[in-house]
Design a protein around this ligand. Structure first.
Ligand code: NAD
Length: 446
């Protein structure tokens, strides 16, 4: 799905006009079906630490073409900058500056990923270096061309660089599955998690519930998880029953018609799971609505309905699933849908932003609770995604929202689905309470 402006600037006359006027020209983003290889090579691993050696060995073991210098490489597919041992800002240049001379050799859709440690407040010089990595990374993401992205993984002290979630996050950020994740830093704070037995079907033998699954992002999540081997329980309101049944048939999934805001919805869901003998390994809390109005015109029904669907239902659903004792598997993965509006705020969306900021705080607290059970809770915050929800925006606002990201285009539902599939995977067991933005580095918020 390409918007009309993008189609125009990719046409021969449009290209000339856009060039002359200096208009943004969005690059085609390569996704899973366009770029089957998991890691675009050759990969240059920068850094001299033991961690850099370990990452090099692991990539080599997977058959990836790995180098430690740019040398005479004409094209570079990916760059991994390993900065885990930097002790002062003066040490950053030696590791990072070789990439400056190679920026023009980066392939279309290239990936740059930094591996570093978070500031701890213990050592001012070391924290300055660790914090500095974030500024470098976020600026580099703005400078990437050709649909390339730059993202980082921050690994808590004490967690080894070859922990499953570090490698999982690295693989995800190097792959085409992270096409619309840009300028983001994901924190790994635990050594939990495990690599899937079969990389082509990481959700084999796993059962995952997706709420709001009948269309849009929810349907894309269902399709992505099904392609990854999951058994699915797809939930939506009775009014979307026909669409839901069609998708459930297509994906051989179990449909559940339920309004998540109705009284006792959680208990009814638990009863349906028991009836079918289903235990959930993953829960994707995707059902959501917008009822936009400036706060001066906000009415109780607009306010209440948005909070009820977008956050209160998530709290009650999770309470019921946890309380049931037999509804969740041994290492449950919960992924919720936040929004960049919840991070930066947005005029006309006080109700929506309240609910979505609530989601981020909710998953952080839920993560603590689920950690005791061996589980995780995280969120994704989509920016502008092309769905029926955003198709209803006023045309000018919609056009602007598409262009204010580093990738100069809206994302697709599948981009959000891919990030959710990663966070819901066994491999992401060391990632707790995070919100990962899928926004093409939209300029709103941090
Ligand atoms: P959508 O409106 O296309 O789909 C939402 C689905 O949720 C629908 O199938 C709807 O029937 C279902 N739903 C709504 N109320 C429900 C209820 N009470 N019980 C059960 N199901 C219910 O929306 P979308 O664009 O696919 O958005 C999906 C999620 O992503 C939402 O949480 C949304 O806030 C979030 N999000 C979307 C965007 C975007 O750009 N589209 C950006 C940020 C966040």
């Amino acid at each position: 799905m390409t918007d009309a402006y993008t189609r125009f600037v990719r046409s021969a006359p449009g290209r000339t006009i856009a060039k002359q006027l200096g208009l943004p020209r969005p690059s085609r983003l390569l996704r899973r079906e366009d770029r089957p290889e998991p890691v675009l090579g050759p990969v240059v691993v920068l850094g001299r630490s033991a961690g850099a050696d370990a990452i090099t060995s692991l990539l080599l073991a997977e058959g990836v073409d790995v180098r430690r210098r740019f040398d005479e490489l004409r094209t570079v597919g990916s760059v991994v900058a390993v900065l885990d041992e930097v002790a002062a800002p003066a040490e950053l240049g030696e590791i990072l500056l070789p990439l400056a001379g190679a920026m023009r050799s980066l392939a279309p859709g290239a990936r740059v990923v930094s591996l570093s440690r978070p500031a701890t407040g213990e050592d001012p010089a070391r924290d300055a270096a660790r914090g500095g990595v974030e500024g470098w990374l976020r600026s580099l993401a703005h400078e990437m061309r050709g649909g390339g992205t730059a993202n980082g993984v921050q690994v808590a002290d004490g967690v080894p660089l070859d922990a499953p979630s570090v490698l999982g996050a690295l693989r995800f950020l190097l792959s085409a599955r992270s096409a619309y994740v840009d300028g983001q830093i994901l924190t790994v704070d635990g050594a939990e998690g495990s690599a899937p037995a079969d990389r082509s079907r990481p959700f084999a033998e796993r059962t995952v519930l997706v709420t709001g699954a009948a269309r849009g992002i929810g349907a894309a999540i269902a399709r992505t998880l099904a392609a990854d081997g999951a058994r699915l329980v797809l939930l939506d309101v009775p009014g979307a029953g026909t669409e839901l049944a069609r998708l459930a048939n297509e994906l051989r999934a179990v449909p559940v018609q339920l309004d998540v805001t109705s009284a006792g919805a959680g208990e009814r869901l638990v009863a349906q799971l028991r009836e079918r003998g289903l235990v959930l390994d993953g829960v994707v809390l995707n059902a959501g609505i917008t009822r936009d109005k400036m706060f001066a015109n906000m009415t109780p029904d607009r306010w209440d309905s948005v909070l009820a669907v977008n956050i209160t239902s998530q709290i009650t659903l999770m309470e019921a699933l946890i309380a049931a004792g037999d509804a969740l598997g041994p290492q449950p993965r919960v992924v919720s849908l936040a929004s960049t509006s919840g991070i930066a705020g947005n005029a006309g969306q006080t109700n929506y932003a309240t609910s979505k900021a609530g989601v981020m705080a909710f998953v952080a607290a839920l993560a603590e609770r689920l950690r005791e059970l061996g589980g995780t809770a995280n969120a994704v915050a989509p920016g502008f995604i092309e769905t029926e929800m955003t198709a209803r925006m006023p045309p000018l606002n919609r056009e602007l929202a598409r262009r204010v990201s580093s990738l100069r285009q809206g994302g697709l539902p599948v981009d959000v689905a891919e990030a959710i599939a990663f966070l819901a995977s066994d491999e992401a067991g060391g990632i707790h309470g995070q919100t990962l933005r899928v926004c093409g580095q939209n300029i709103v918020g941090r």
